[in-house]
Design a protein around this ligand. Structure first.
Ligand code: 1YM
Length: 644
């Protein structure tokens, strides 16, 4: 038994030796390039391009061209030093031939720096050669042009030859290959867009490097990528159609112990984060120590800044990692001479020393950015604090939603009087100021489609900075539950239970306050609802003009004067009546003037309305006394219906 094993081991080891070389690659291509499908096919391109990128990382190349030929060949050209053409001492062949025919040669002969720029196992050029019908290398170096051709899986057709002269200062490597149809049975057709996407990514990740993609299968198909701003331009692109909350894209880089860290970030108005990390130009979707280090520092520095600048008060919770990533677009690029990859898909950086280095480099620079850009820092910190409050509130809302039975449209906590209809597209909810107006609204409504939520004004009268506290408030919790959408990260507009959310408040200062508070709440927690045009303000009329049997409700002073002028022209008798507050109207009056779909006037609320209200509100309700005093002074002469 043991003898048998020994025999087979001997057999295996000699077999392995025989298979060493390009034949092994052809026997088990999957082991080297993952698949022999379309992905593996494109992998060949990256193996060659990676050598050019390595040359760029070493600082000798700034121009790479990738050409898809008419017959689905690939040509990669770079203006680096050119692969060495001298005889390699270990193989007795030219270094070019060694690189293209000896497995693992690429790595072995690497002259340090950030190698392994990509590639499944860093096996490189020889694997591509092994899987090609033919491959040609041309090297421009030392004033000479050198050429070698290989056929049928990497067999050299003659030695590397000097075939001509070139200027001393012209250097570079050109490689053309035709993938072997016997290996790539599924397809040998290259996809332009697949190549383009990765080439653009490589251009972002390697600032100042020009990459050109040309498709000779069709006329005039060409893309050039050159980003002098590198990953910060990448962040700009991702945020292009989003609204950034601060103008500067934070751009940080540093090197420690040969490990380079680059981070670019900018926050936008959304709640989602787009965080992409790379090691040696390879995407690391599983993250790793480089990402951990940056995330740790981000949270730490923002907490420190928010505390020092007293955005965070004594009793406030610290910001968590989840809070500082809302709306964050961030690219992290680490270059490491000896990366260790871990994880399910081997796309997680494992080198432990990187965590502290990334944290230190990013943390220090980001802290400096915050100190030097206080208004941008404020925007970022406030966004994170909002996320933190929303997280806490979402938790509360979740707990509460669980308690109530949404499907049966019950009377939430005895306050919401819901409608009978369940189809959201025809349902409306009135948020009504005060219990007595609420009572009239309940009696005057169309109970099929109109739901009423009476609000107690004074409970809502909380200062904006205490919005989180407001979320422990019953009314606001009921609003969240009634809407059905959830808030913060769990927000889902598809779950909105009403087509129209109608704020019904009196036309006085208290009414204005309640409306602004509600709008602030919506703006912070339900902004997509506002953006989608679901929020309205009811417009109770200010005057009622009776003449003969006609009753005309008018919204304001101007409209009243205009109408009366017309009556006077016709010598019509009329009565001059100021409408009561909502609370004093009986159900019929309220229905007639404010709720009846055919008669009422609604004003749709836009985000601009809210921003304006928010700014005014900041001044009125914020903590700073001086702006409040000034605002009241400035606006006092406009106040006609102040009832305080
Ligand atoms: C289109 C493909 O392979 N470019 C390329 C490869 C090499 C060099 C320059 C190079 C590297 C070094 C020194 C070094 C390679 N050289 C080797 C090896 N483009 C493409 N451009 N001089 C030139 O790393 O020290 C492997 S790849 F092993 F010969 F050094």
């Amino acid at each position: 038994m043991s003898k048998k094993i020994d025999e087979s081991q001997e057999y295996n080891s000699s077999e392995i030796q025989v298979l060493e070389g390009l034949e092994a690659v052809r026997k088990r291509p999957g082991m080297y390039i993952g698949t022999t499908g379309v992905q593996g096919l494109h992998h060949l391109v990256w193996e060659i391009v990676d050598n050019s990128i390595d040359e760029a990382l070493a600082g000798f190349c700034d121009n790479i061209e990738i050409i898809i030929g008419k017959e689905n060949t690939i040509t990669v050209k770079d203006n680096g030093r050119g692969i060495p053409v001298d005889i390699h001492p270990k193989t007795g062949k030219s270094t070019v031939e060694t690189v293209y025919t000896v497995l693992h040669a690429g790595g072995k002969f690497g002259g340090g720096g950030y190698k392994v720029s990509g590639g499944l196992h860093g096996v490189g050029a020889s694997v591509v050669n092994a899987l090609s019908k033919w491959l040609e290398v041309t090297v421009y170096k030392n004033g000479g042009v050198y050429f070698q051709r290989y056929e049928n899986g990497g067999h050299p057709v003659g030695d590397l030859k000097r075939i001509g002269d070139c200027d001393q200062d012209v250097t570079g490597t050109h490689v053309t290959f035709l993938p072997d149809k016997d290996i790539f049975e599924e397809t040998t057709v290259f996809d332009y867009d697949t190549l383009k996407l990765r080439i653009r990514e490589l251009a972002f990740l390697n600032k100042g490097l020009k990459l050109t993609l040309i498709d000779e299968r069709v006329d005039d198909k060409k893309d050039e990528f050159l980003y002098n701003g590198g990953i910060s331009e990448y962040v700009g692109l991702i945020n292009e159609n989003k609204k950034p909350i601060h103008p500067t894209i934070v751009d940080v880089s540093g090197v420690d112990k040969d490990i380079s860290i680059e981070v670019a970030l900018q926050y936008n108005e959304t709640y989602n984060s787009s965080i992409y990390s790379f090691v040696n130009n390879i995407k690391t979707p599983e993250g790793g120590t480089h990402e951990d280090g940056v995330r740790l520092a981000l949270t730490r520095v923002l907490n420190k800044y928010a505390t020092n600048k007293e955005f965070l008060k004594k009793n406030d919770d610290n910001l968590l990692a989840d809070d500082v990533k809302e709306g964050l677009t961030m690219i992290i690029s680490c270059k490491h001479p000896n990366p260790q990859f871990e994880g399910q898909t081997k796309t997680k950086l494992g080198n432990i020393e990187v965590r502290a280095i990334a944290s230190q480099i990013f943390g220090e620079a980001f802290e400096r950015f915050l100190m030097e850009n206080p208004s941008e820092a404020r925007a970022i910190v406030e966004k994170c604090m909002l996320a933190s409050r929303a997280r806490i509130a979402a938790k509360k809302a979740r707990e509460m939603t669980r308690k109530s039975d949404l499907d049966t449209h019950v009377n939430f906590g005895g306050k919401l009087v819901d409608c009978q209809e369940k189809d959201p597209s025809v349902c409306e909810i009135f948020l009504v100021e005060g219990d007595s107006a609420g009572g009239s609204a309940i009696k005057g409504r169309d109970s099929m489609t109109q739901a009423i939520l009476p609000l107690k004004g004074k409970i809502l009268n909380v200062e904006k900075a205490r919005l989180d506290k407001a979320l422990s408030n019953d009314e606001i919790r009921t609003i969240i539950t009634a809407f059905g959408t959830g808030i913060g990260q769990e927000f889902d507009i598809e779950k909105l239970r009403y087509d129209k959310i109608i704020i019904m408040t009196d036309a006085d200062v208290d009414g204005d306050h309640i409306r602004v508070l509600l709008l602030t709440l919506f703006y912070r927690f339900f902004r997509p609802i506002v953006e989608a045009g679901h929020v309205y303000a009811a417009q109770p009329p200010l005057y009622c003009i009776k003449h003969g049997k006609t009753i005309k409700y008018v919204l304001d002073e101007d409209e009243k004067n205009e109408y009366i002028a017309k009556l006077q022209e016709k010598n019509t008798n009329y009565v001059l009546l100021r409408m009561k507050g909502l609370g004093e109207m009986d159900p019929e009056e309220l229905n007639e003037t404010t709720m009846d779909i055919n008669k009422r006037i609604l004003r749709r609320i836009t985000v601009d309305d809210i921003i304006e209200a928010d700014a005014a509100f900041d001044k009125l309700m914020g903590e700073e006394v001086e702006p409040r005093r000034k605002f009241i002074e400035d606006n006092a002469r406009y106040a006609t219906n102040i009832d305080i």
